[in-house]
Design a binder for this molecule. Structure first.
Ligand code: 13P
Ligand code: 13P
Ligand code: MG
Ligand code: MG
Length: 365
């Protein structure tokens, strides 16, 4: 099997109702576009997916990453969906399309994307995660657990082909630079950075002896627009598994703890990341709490055999209960940190105007 590329490109082009879900008319438009692209031979296969108000185009093809035709197709699809969103008065129609016209590729244009080109293995299990009301740094915690923590992934200890560990590529969103850390030797160094997920974001994971990605996250938009605060960006990621990589159960296990992430209500609050089946992917309480769905696929000659709704499993009930309890606990802080984000990270901050109004009333001490 020659190389194939998996592209997951996502955008919020209008919410139904508010920021909670996607209207069926947008889904239909999206499916029409994807069907046509497959018939035209642009795509090998596709799956339309969503979480909350975000729609993801999961696509396989032969054109490589950051390909103009693929990115243009995604842009055109989101544009057509935006027209439908406007027709139906959907909330925030075209929210994630930040520029007027497509040029070259989607970097800095609004939609998020996670892509990898791989040599498909005889059996290629891939889990695709989609999250709403959070940011790409939300993947730092689970990715650390999957590929670097033996208390999560016993394969790191007992599978000889994993025992050497993995390499993590980390982006500095503010410094606009990246660094590769080698696990487990540089674990403590890496944790200094990835423990600050609003600034340092894991973008790729590689085996020790190959530059072919085994995990990829959507960070490009943030990276390209870094240097100033760019807001929360509901993220996606793809993780390959088995045969020298974490088993499917090891890939899913980190989400048994609903860790706190940024991005709830107005992109300005911390909340627990609740793993849910696709039936429950519609955040409503205080526009949340943030949630994540996991879609399992077996790739076969580029065909996406799936999806399986991995978090629909009962074994995630306790994680959901813990998330609901944590949501109650955090909500009682109201406008106080650490529920509300620090001032410099708030998406819709009124700080500058309040400060302007009060500036003459601050006296030196
Ligand atoms: P593989 O090494 O074949 O991926 O098997 C590991 C496994 O499935 C254990 O759960
Ligand atoms: P989205 O980023 O999912 O559109 O949510 C925005 C928001 O402000 C929710 O309260
Ligand atoms: Mg929205
Ligand atoms: Mg969203």
């Amino acid at each position: 099997m020659a190389e194939i590329t998996l592209s997951i490109i996502k955008a919020d082009v209008g919410g139904f109702v508010g920021h909670s879900d996607v209207h069926p008319a947008l889904r239909d438009k999206c499916s029409d576009c994807l069907d046509k692209a497959k018939k035209d031979g642009l795509l090998i296969d596709f799956c339309r997916a969503e979480v909350g108000d975000d729609i993801a185009l999961i696509m396989t093809h032969k054109k490589g990453i950051e390909n103009e035709e693929i990115h243009r197709f995604a842009w055109d699809t989101f544009t057509k969906m935006t027209d439908v969103a406007k027709e139906y008065g959907q909330y925030g129609a075209g929210q994630d399309l930040l520029v007027d016209a497509f040029s070259g590729n989607l970097k800095g244009m609004g939609p998020g994307f996670a892509e990898m080109t791989i040599e498909e293995r005889p059996s290629e299990p891939i889990i695709i995660f989609l999250a709403d009301k959070t940011e790409p740094g939300a993947w730092n915690f689970p990715l650390y657990k999957m590929f670097a923590d033996p208390f999560n992934t016993i394969g790191l200890v007992i599978d000889p082909s994993m025992h050497d560990g993995f390499r993590y590529e980390v982006l500095d969103l503010i410094g606009e630079r990246k660094i590769i850390f080698s696990m487990p030797e540089e674990m403590y160094d890496m944790l200094v950075f990835i423990g600050s997920p609003s600034r340092y974001v894991i973008s790729h994971i590689f085996r020790k002896n190959s530059d072919e990605p085994v995990a990829v996250t959507s960070t490009q938009r943030l990276f390209l627009m870094a240097g100033r605060y760019v807001g929360k960006d509901d993220p996606v990621m793809a993780v390959r598994s088995q045969s020298g990589l974490p088993a499917v159960g090891e890939v899913l296990e980190p989400f048994s703890f609903p860790h706190a992430v940024a991005g709830w209500m107005r992109g300005s609050h911390h909340g627990p990341l609740m793993p849910v089946g696709t039936e429950d992917d519609t955040p409503t309480r205080f526009d949340g709490p943030p949630r994540v769905v996991a879609l399992g696929f077996q790739l076969k000659e580029g065909n996406l055999i799936g999806p399986r709704d991995m978090f629909a499993d009962k074994s995630y009930d306790n994680a959901r209960q813990m998330a609901l309890d944590a949501a109650d606990y955090l909500r009682r802080h109201g406008p106080f940190e650490p529920h509300r984000l620090p001032l410099d990270e708030m998406e819709y901050t009124t700080m500058p105007s309040v400060m302007k109004k009060l500036k003459d009333r601050f006296k030196p001490v």
